[in-house]
Design a protein around this ligand. Structure first.
Ligand code: UD1
Ligand code: CA
Length: 433
């Protein structure tokens, strides 16, 4: 595919009122990334001239996308005077003769799903699909096998509302057509907006050929509401998980697993039911047991869970993490932490055993402090390590010990538990039995 042949324009300036949210619609996320991110990512694979039209919350949209991409042209729509998808095209200037226009609310498109638009030599290629429930979409009026026009739902007559062939919101135009018809659009409709879709009827009236390209909802679903967002997320989840399973990852009850788009698996991995793996996590030759949550962390040659929580910046290698263990911003190599622990802002080295209920007290209410634990350390159950603290190699901490800030040297045992008192018959006296 020659990237230089096509320009892509992504319309992302709308308010998205049906989302009922203070956040701009195109910044709502699916599988961990903004809808607009997904669209730009796919677009860049087939084009090196990408324009994103912005207006509503333009600063936030531009700032957020600039975190990922540095080669996007942003164009600001005059949405006050020229609202609507046609108004959005007014200030656009593209490099190439062929222009693919995409709505900014269709995050499921893939480069492959767009190839059909690039192949055709028609004046206009537009996307259509047939839906049992066409609610919200523009209806495509076809006569004698020819697309005549697109009627928006709000402008449609009762009989037009029955039409189930709808406009999916992707169009390939020649630059000439856009230059000719965009200035001719008017806002004589129910929403008083300039509709890009009116280009179709104008071009048709001039005898131009409009080719409908049948697409599928799985790739072209438009997101208008939070319900649409949830449906699209499920579709993308299924694609992400299918890809990983095809690459060799075992997933038990995959419908219960949530994996974000930035997650990477390598080698032989098993993910049990109910797991959530997010951000830029990397899982290498590991077994993630039921209902564990892993956020922006690396897990290598390890087993985690069930019901463990790895918070961002955890780096786990050759390690066993058992149930109800929470790890944050810590690095554990060759460690066993089998039950009920919190390890935060810590480094733990090979051969170390962390008993049940061990807690690194990393926060004093104002600052966070580091815990450094050496090799072959044995930390007895229910101990608290008050950071900043260093446990050198070959240290023992007795069960129930509170170790205050400082350093325990190699070979030492730290014990802080009070001497046990045993009071005879206390129980019987207390309960008067
Ligand atoms: C649009 C189409 C409809 C199609 C549907 C497919 C028009 C008039 N209608 O309807 O035929 O079935 O998409 O999903 O085009 N936008 C701007 N500036 C604006 C208004 C919108 O850039 O002034 C952007 C939005 O940010 C959004 C995209 O254009 O990403 C589509 O806008 P939206 O309001 O969702 O259009 P629909 O009503 O869904
Ligand atoms: Ca839409």
């Amino acid at each position: 595919m020659d990237k230089n042949k096509i320009s892509i324009v992504i319309l992302a300036a709308g308010k998205g009122s049906r989302m009922k949210s203070a956040k701009a619609k195109v910044l709502h996320t699916i599988c961990g990334k903004e809808m607009l991110y997904h669209i730009i990512k796919s677009s860049r694979i087939i084009s090196d001239d990408i324009t994103v039209v912005v207006a509503h919350q333009k600063e936030v949209v531009i700032k957020q996308m600039s975190l990922y991409f540095d080669d996007i042209n942003f164009v600001v729509q005059d949405d006050l005077n020229f609202p609507g998808t046609g108004g959005a095209m007014k200030n656009v200037c593209t490099k190439n003769e062929k222009v693919l226009v995409l709505n900014g609310d269709m995050p499921l498109i893939t480069p492959q799903s767009l190839y059909g638009f690039l192949k055709s030599d028609s004046d206009i290629v537009m996307s259509v699909f047939d839906l049992q429930n066409p609610d919200g979409y523009g209806r495509v009026i076809i006569d004698n096998g020819q697309v005549q026009r697109i009627v928006e739902q709000k402008d449609a007559s009762v009989s037009e509302l029955q039409v189930t062939t709808v406009n999916a919101g992707v169009y390939a135009f020649s630059k000439k057509i856009l230059d000719k018809y965009i200035p001719l659009l008017n806002n004589d409709n129910a929403q008083n907006e300039y509709y890009l879709t009116d280009v179709i009827s104008m071009a048709r009236a001039d005898g131009l050929k409009i080719t409908p390209l049948l697409v599928d909802e799985e790739h072209f679903k438009g997101i208008n509401s939070k319900l649409d967002l949830a449906v699209a997320e499920e579709i993308m989840q299924n694609q992400i998980k299918a890809n990983w399973m095809n690459s060799g990852v075992i997933m038990q009850l995959p419908s219960t697993i949530y994996i974000e788009e930035g997650v990477v698996f390598e080698g032989e991995c098993i993910v049990e039911n109910g797991c959530r793996i997010t951000g830029e996590s990397k899982i290498i030759n590991s077994h993630i047991k039921a209902h564990s949550v892993i956020e922006d962390s690396i897990v290598k040659n390890s087993d985690v869970g069930p019901m463990a929580h790895l918070r961002p910046d955890s780096n786990i290698e050759d390690t066993h993490i058992g149930n109800f263990v929470e790890i944050k911003k810590s690095s554990l190599k060759g460690v066993k932490a089998g039950h009920l622990s919190y390890i935060g802002d810590a480094t733990v080295n090979e051969g170390t055993n962390i008993g049940a209920g061990v807690i690194t007290c990393n926060y004093d209410g104002i600052n966070k402090y580091k815990t450094t634990i050496g090799k072959n350390v044995f930390i007895g159950s229910d101990s608290q390590l008050i950071a900043p603290i260093i446990l050198e190699d070959d240290v023992m901490i007795a069960a129930g010990t509170t170790v205050r800030s400082g350093k325990i040297l190699s070979g030492e045992l730290a014990v802080s538990s009070a001497k046990l008192r045993v009071i005879k018959d206390f129980y019987y006296k207390f309960f008067k039995k």
